[in-house]
Design a protein around this ligand. Structure first.
Ligand SMILES: [Zn+2]
Length: 253
């Protein structure tokens, strides 16, 4: 997913313009080009601030404040959306309920609290850490489908952790779980084929998608040197991990 793009300073050229016009901040100066920042959280105030900013009429400090206020304002909405979707997915998504039951059978307990909706700074929509559990990146999740795939992805990691005694420091173990998480979460479902004539069939586009996503996840690990290294580790375990569809066999057979 692309990162949420929040510009942090004014439009191009604004920087210099503001630097040159520090004197004009004086309210008694008839050439004063700056406008005060309206901090009231009304539609009109936000429109006016945005217009003033784009015309270079906000000081650098006010522009920064405006963006901080905007992010804070949207953050509340993002957080609420994440929590609302999380609750509905836990109740109604067949995939999430199935994974929750499978994890439960192995002694794991998945509840709403297992999926904290957090603010994430890096490019990811969710995360799994064997010590701290899973998290959802409320500021990176764009839809209910996206959140469902992300929750399912992290749940595959939880399942693997409980079921296979994964050594997360072993890159081959980690790569295997990333392949399975990408393959089983539905992230690549728009090009995948499930069971056909009693056989598990996958098409080329689906495999490319799973491979690319697993490589991306691996490349973000500190122990992985670069993209080439990530691709190499994924390739080493590819065949056995792509065809290991547990616990999903029974669903799609
Ligand atoms: Zn993952």
């Amino acid at each position: 997913m692309p990162a949420v793009d929040v510009p942090s300073s004014g439009p191009p050229g604004n920087e210099q313009q503001q630097g040159e016009n520090t004197a004009s901040r004086d309210p008694n100066n008839p050439n004063n080009q700056f406008r005060p920042l309206d901090r009231s959280n009304t539609f009109w105030a936000r429109q006016t601030n945005a217009a003033n900013w784009s015309l270079g009429r906000l000081t650098k400090e006010d522009a920064e404040t405006m963006f901080a206020l905007e992010e804070a304002r949207n953050w509340g909405k993002m957080l609420k959306n994440c929590e609302k979707r999380r609750e509905s997915l836990m109740k109604y998504s067949p995939t999430i309920r199935f994974m929750r039951d499978k994890i439960g059978q192995m002694g794991g307990n998945i509840s709403l609290k297992s999926f904290p909706c957090n603010y994430c700074v890096d490019m990811k929509s969710g995360g799994f850490n064997p010590e701290y559990g899973v998290e959802l990146c409320a500021n990176k999740l764009v839809s209910e489908n996206h959140q469902e795939e992300t929750m399912a992805h992290e749940m595959v990691h939880v399942y693997d952790h409980l079921r296979f005694q994964v050594d997360w420091n072993d890159l081959r173990h980690a790569a295997c779980s990333e392949i399975r998480a990408s393959a089983l979460s539905g992230e690549c479902r728009f090009i995948q084929q499930f069971w056909k004539n009693g056989q598990w069939k996958v098409n080329k586009g689906y495999q490319d998608c799973v491979r690319r996503r697993a490589e991306l996840s691996m490349a973000s690990r500190p122990a992985v040197k670069d993209d080439v290294h990530a691709a190499q580790v994924v390739n080493e375990v590819w065949d056995s991990c792509l065809t290991d569809t547990r616990p999903f066999d029974e669903v799609y057979r």
